[in-house]
Design a protein around this ligand. Structure first.
Ligand code: ADP
Length: 324
């Protein structure tokens, strides 16, 4: 194996740069030429790729985003477009490919692994943590800490003014961020896509909670079934007259920022392991973590199944909230 190409695709996440750095440094360690592909699959189609050197990955381990850039390339779903992309890799004598991304990226990678004849390894890079085959995705820990920091700040003003904040966090299909942010920030309630919400219960809880504590934090995953924090306030406000209800949508600050130590270490281990797997002749695998170990799952399985949060955390929240 003489050349390994790498790309980041789909939604960016903190820690992608640490993964890029680890792939490049491990390639150079083995005297393999790393080829960076810009802007995900789009760069593969447009042959936008370059030989990476040590200097390209100096001082990036602590930075958010991705130095390679990312994009959504819908044309990649067409076989003819993928053929152009594969030809570009073959023309550049690429012997292996590492993709960093989420579900969509792995769907593309899994098709490539069967069509291309060049082995592919995937690294889970998404803040949502919803990828099957790993306890943690690269970026989730950082995003969760960003969310908690923001909630702590909102809590200060919520308690000063006796307000009820509905804080919307990312998680269109999975409630990992919302549920664990609720536990870690001591939130009064949480709404996640995996649970049908009971608005009457929520109203009662806010009323009861406010007998002893005059502010509340309700965490709302963007994909929960009522349609988000603003919609939710519209629905419950007639039942909560006299309460000061405020929506806050945290938005894209959740994707950015310097990766946590956890994400940097995870990304470095996974990135280096990806090169080892390619050297070992492996193809069509995604790297995941299980406890302190790195494991692999086929890309095909990783895209078919999904990770769901531990709903026992809801019971834990309830115990933390009960006031007799
Ligand atoms: P993520 O990887 O974060 O889930 P997307 O869902 O946007 O992000 O997917 C990233 C990219 O993966 C898409 O822009 C597209 O290039 C590629 N992709 C997604 N689905 C497919 C598919 N069914 N076939 C081929 N490529 C796909």
């Amino acid at each position: 194996m003489k050349k390994i190409a790498l790309l980041t695709s789909g939604g960016d996440s903190p820690g992608m740069n640490a993964a890029i750095r680890a792939i490049v440094k491990t390639c150079l360690y083995y005297n393999i030429i790393p080829i960076g592909i810009r802007h995900g699959y789009k760069g593969m189609v447009q042959a936008d790729m370059f030989e990476m050197k040590y200097s390209d990955v100096d001082n990036i381990i602590h930075t958010g985003g991705t130095i390679l850039g990312s994009s959504r390339c819908l044309e990649f779903k067409n076989k003819e477009t993928r053929c152009i992309a594969i030809k570009n890799l073959l023309d550049n004598c690429v012997d292996g490919l590492v993709v960093i991304g989420g579900d969509g990226t792995f769907t593309g990678a899994s098709i490539l692994a069967s069509e291309m004849g060049i082995p592919v390894i995937g690294l889970p890079g998404t803040i949502d943590n919803d990828i099957y085959g790993t306890d943690h995705t690269i970026g989730y820990d950082t995003a969760l800490n960003t969310v908690i920091e923001a909630i702590d700040k909102i809590r200060d003003t919520a308690s000063s003014h006796h307000r009820i904040f509905f804080i919307e966090v990312m998680g269109r299909h999975a409630g990992f961020i919302a549920l664990n942010a609720a536990v870690a920030s001591g939130a009064e309630s949480v709404l996640i896509p995996e649970e049908i919400p009971d608005l009457n219960q929520l109203v009662l809880q806010i009323q009861n909670q406010n007998k002893g504590k005059r502010s509340s934090i309700i965490i709302v995953a963007e994909g929960e079934q009522e349609g988000g924090s603003i919609e939710l306030i519209n629905k419950v406000s007639p039942m909560l007259e006299g309460y000061d209800l405020r929506p806050t949508v945290l938005g894209h600050i959740q994707r950015g920022g310097s990766p946590s130590a956890f994400d940097r270490i995870l990304a470095t281990r996974m990135g280096s392991f990806a090169v080892d797997l390619l050297l070992d002749g492996q193809n069509g695998l995604m790297i995941g973590s299980e406890g302190d170990k790195l494991i692999t799952t086929s890309l095909e399985t990783a895209v078919k199944l999904h990770n769901t949060p531990d709903l026992d955390r809801l019971k834990l929240l309830k115990k933390m909230l009960t006031r007799h």
